[in-house]
Design a protein around this ligand. Structure first.
Ligand SMILES: Nc1ncnc2c1ncn2[C@@H]1O[C@H](COP(=O)(O)OP(=O)(O)OP(=O)(O)O)[C@@H](O)[C@H]1O
Length: 902
């Protein structure tokens, strides 16, 4: 990263021209940013910084020469800046924009420049740089001084705050390390400030730019002072104060450091436990917002039928934080149902919403004093659409409250309409913005200018008549102003009151005292009109800014209407059903996976009947549909609690407090630690934190280790979930042995997916059934893959033998592995023989004895066969393994023959 003042320039500081010295001064003050320095129509960087800007933005550099030497420079054209700024931000640069802060024409010497804004990935407000329909957050994680995890419960270890600088949304919470991780996953900030004393491991999960700040900005007194500008600091606990205060001070810094951000109207304090908790693993595993493999579609993409950026952000927020309050959930369902039943109203509302601009960001720009006349017209047009929305939902009880909140702000709309012309220009300093009739003084000045122009327009006619010069012309140039032009042949007819202004080749140009007076009047009037218009506009903008609370409340209502209408549209178009909430079971008739059903040729619906606390063990071959099924159950829960209808024919659902997912290791590759370690960490979280109201999805837990260990862990986890937490659990497993837990535990049930053979290929029915899958499906798949018959038959025997061995750990002593000549005992005997023959198992000693050598080879072979992790073995690998085992078996047989022969 190249930030701050370029080193080569610092070395030559004394020699630099005043302008470059000014650049170095500014750059030195912003040493965490790349400084772009306004020179004419460019934002420039110099020397090393120029090299970097050129590299990142793919721009050419120039060599700039002055009396003190040659400097490399690189310029970003001001008119095209957003495109290049985006590249710098994407490269994780902070960009300090140093603008001219005095009018170059008025400057006596060097134009004064100052940083007016620091652009960072998390704090940009430029419309061109923001993703439409989603939030860009900068977040902060901090501890209070001396704060540590072992503090008392009243004062949680960490504060987490976030702000969207473009809309002013700001919120803060506090919690332990796990809560921080979970919140960061939900907030998904573009940039993160980490306070002093925060254990780096706590924020490890956040995949975004890190920003260092002076530790002093986290100081208790400093943060109190900053926070005080926005809210009563005493409403927050110590860690929250530090997180929110330091964050807002950073936000102020990025917006040019000139006082509080007016449009951050509220610092909301929230408790993550008051929404359905979805940690990073669940957000990822359920692919709510991101898709890692396959179609690229997410749940959000699937149900996003919103029509406005406001609604889109709201729907995202709802899905990110589904509700846990039954009444609130049902209120959303009522509203969705009302919209779903009324096609016409819904379509009218959605049409009207299409005209809505992003009220939150508009309000932000207006408050920041950055809005132009077009922005105010956009606000006007959005307000004008509100009555249509109100009318469309009039008379619908379930929407009465929201209708009440849709205040069309008639006074504001009328004010803007009276003041601003319908199609104003982009610039607000060059006139043409304010309507006639809005301001008496402006009208007068404009009349003066207009009359003057009319007088001049008629001048040509009048002067031709007066002088008899019939080719006399009146014109205007930027440099000389108005003139009367007479060709050389007519010069003798020129009257006395003409004064020569300019001599051309074939003609002379003149003015008269009256023309000069009129000209001054017109130009003066125009200049004054432009200045007055700007003043009137700025004043209007301030008046609108004063209403930002009302605009904010309206934006909130519009966002809700759009999100509700979108959910209703999704429900109608995709055939979702209203779930009955508050059940003590998950009961879904013919449920579907909302995302997979969009892409699958023919999606097979499945039922779910899971009384609270059920542990359903789901078996079946790879690719049979286990993961899809488990996810669709969880997605139904998430959708329902977000306020949506669910993809099923009928649904009865409980209100769930948390959804946990632990999906298969290979589906979820993360660097750093071993996948098994990670898997176990996630399992630990589930076992610690799940409650009787949680929904737990476990997909092939334990497959990252040896079969015996994995099986034991999986079994113990099931027992724990059943006995201790009572969480409703869906557990997909290839450990067929687990399925007899259903006989032992009251709430454990078996479900399975089966595969059949058709036309010589494997066909998956994707239909869930009662009971456990046949244990030999892996071998069946091997058979279907073309493994020779004799090998398959032998594999069947071995699997049966292995199963009869019983559970290696949990079943010990249960009697199922009863004594007798079970095949497994035979295997064990052979194995024991194999290792028991030599002296103390000294393999070298046993090599000489052929039978012992054979037994040893067979024992090894059997041990390897037994340890072959079928769950992780593809048919091709199985075939290769079998081939290898056959070879070793033959070798052993040959050794046997050789032994007998000698
Ligand atoms: N009910 C269904 N109807 C139609 N297609 C389905 C259904 N369920 C799953 N599928 C399709 O079958 C494929 C495999 O599904 P899934 O990943 O759920 O299987 P799995 O049993 O979990 O496999 P593995 O054990 O390898 O993880 C997916 O591509 C999915 O699109």
């Amino acid at each position: 990263m190249v930030t701050g003042a370029p080193a080569t320039m610092l070395d030559r500081r004394e020699e630099l021209t005043p302008m470059l010295a000014q650049y170095v001064d500014v750059a030195e003050r912003y040493d965490d940013a790349i400084v772009l320095f306004r020179v004419g129509d460019f934002y420039k960087a110099f020397c090393e910084a120029a090299d970097e800007v050129a590299r990142v933005c793919e721009l050419t550099r120039i060599e700039r020469e002055d009396s003190t030497g040659t400097y490399t420079a690189c310029g970003i054209p001001v008119d095209n800046a957003p495109k290049y700024l985006k590249r710098l931000l994407d490269a994780e640069y902070r960009v300090a924009v140093a603008d001219q802060v005095e009018d170059p024409e008025e400057a006596s010497g060097l134009v004064e420049r100052a940083v007016t804004q620091v652009l960072t990935p998390g704090t940009v407000v430029e419309e061109e740089l923001l993703a439409e329909g989603s939030n860009t957050y900068v977040a902060c994680v901090a501890t209070a001084e001396g704060g540590s995890e072992d503090e008392s419960e009243e004062s949680p270890a960490y504060g987490v705050a976030y702000v969207d600088v473009s809309t002013g949304e700001c919120a803060v919470t506090a919690g332990d390390a796990a809560a921080v991780d979970e919140e960061l996953a939900r907030i998904a900030p573009a940039e993160l400030l980490v306070g002093p004393g925060v254990d780096p491991a706590v924020v490890d999960g956040a995949d975004c730019m890190r920003t260092e700040r002076d530790p002093e900005t986290f100081d208790p007194e400093a943060v109190h002072g900053v926070l005080d500008r926005y809210a009563d600091p005493d409403r927050f606990d110590a860690t929250e104060r530090v997180a929110a205060g330091a964050l807002l001070s950073y936000a102020e810094y990025t917006q040019g450091d000139d006082g509080p951000l007016e449009y951050v109207r509220r610092v909301r304090r929230y408790d993550p436990r008051r929404s359905l908790r979805l940690d990073a693993t669940a957000l990822r595993g359920l692919e709510l917002f991101e898709n890692h493999v396959g179609s690229g579609r997410t749940l959000f993409d699937t149900i996003d039928e919103t029509r406005s950026a406001l609604g889109r952000r709201r729907l995202r927020a709802w899905l990110r934080r589904p509700l846990v309050d039954r009444e609130a959930i049902e209120a959303r369902h009522d509203a969705v149902a009302a919209f779903a039943e009324r096609t016409l109203a819904r379509e009218e509302v959605r049409d009207a919403l299409s005209a809505a601009y992003d009220l939150e960001r508009l309000a932000g720009r207006i408050s920041r004093g950055r809005a132009n006349a077009r922005d105010l017209r956009s606000l006007h047009d959005t307000l004008a659409a509100v009555p249509d929305i109100r009318e469309a939902i009039g008379g619908v009880d379930a929407l009465a409250e929201i209708r009440g909140d849709l205040d069309p702000l008639d006074d504001l709309r009328e004010l803007i309409d009276e003041a601003v012309v319908e199609e104003p220009p982009q610039e607000i300093t060059e006139g043409g913005v304010i309507r006639a009739g809005y301001d008496g003084e402006l009208d007068e000045i404009r009349t003066t200018a207009r009359e003057g122009r009319e007088w001049i327009a008629n001048l040509e006619e009048r002067e031709r008549e007066r002088t008899g010069i019939d080719n006399l012309e009146v014109g205007y140039t930027q440099v000389h102003g108005y003139y009367i032009e007479v060709t050389n042949g007519q010069l003798e007819k020129v009257p006395d009151d003409y004064t020569r202004r300019q001599t051309l080749k074939n003609s002379e140009r003149f003015y008269t005292p009256e023309l000069k007076r009129r000209e001054d009047e017109i130009l003066g009037a125009e200049e004054r009109a432009d200045a007055l218009e700007y003043e009137l506009f700025a004043d209007l903008r301030d008046r609108v800014a004063d209403e930002s609370d009302r605009i904010g409340a309206l934006a909130d209502a519009v966002a809700r209407v759009d999100a509700l209408a979108a959910l209703a549209t999704a429900a109608v178009e995709r055939d979702y059903v209203r779930p009955e909430m508050g059940a003590d079971e998950i009961a879904l008739d013919r449920s579907r996976h909302p995302v997979v059903e969009e892409t699958a040729d023919e999606f097979v619906p499945n039922d779910a009947a899971l009384p609270g606390g059920t542990v359903a063990l789901i078996t079946g071959p790879n690719m049979s549909g286990k993961s899809t099924y488990m996810r669709q159950v969880a997605l139904a829960v998430v959708l329902a609690q977000a306020g949506s209808f669910v993809p099923a024919d009928a649904a009865r659902l409980p209100v769930v407090d948390r959804v946990f997912t632990r999906v298969g290791a290979s589906d979820d590759i993360a660097g750093g630690e071993s996948t098994f370690m990670r898997e176990m960490r996630e399992l630990t979280d589930v076992l610690h934190d799940a409650t009787g109201d949680s929904l737990v999805l476990l997909d092939e837990v334990g497959r990252g280790t040896s079969t015996a260990d994995g099986r034991a862990i999986a079994r113990a986890a099931v027992e724990f979930l059943h006995d201790e937490t009572g969480a409703t659990t869906l557990f997909a497993t290839h450990y067929h042995e687990l399925t007899d837990l259903a006989d032992e535990y009251e709430h454990v049930v078996n479900r399975h997916f089966a595969a059949t053979e058709r036309d010589g290929g494997v066909t998956f029915l994707h239909r869930i059934r009662e009971g456990a899958a046949s244990s030999s499906y892996g071998v069946e798949v091997a058979e279907l893959a073309g493994v020779p018959e004799s090998v398959v038959a032998r594999a069947h025997d071995l699997v049966a033998a292995d199963r009869d061995e019983g559970e290696p750990t949990a079943d010990a002593g249960s009697g199922s592995g009863s004594a007798g000549a079970t095949p497994q005992r035979t295997l064990d005997e052979i194995a024991t023989n194999g290792h028991g023959h030599g002296d103390d198992g000294d393999d070298a000693a046993s090599v000489d004895a052929a039978p012992a050598g054979r037994d040893s080879a067979v024992a090894d072979l059997l041990a390897d066969l037994r340890d072959l992790p079928l769950a992780e073995t593809t048919p091709l690998e199985a075939l290769n393994a079998l081939h290898e085992y056959q070879r070793r078996a033959e070798e052993a047989a040959n050794a046997d023959d050789a032994g007998e022969g000698s």
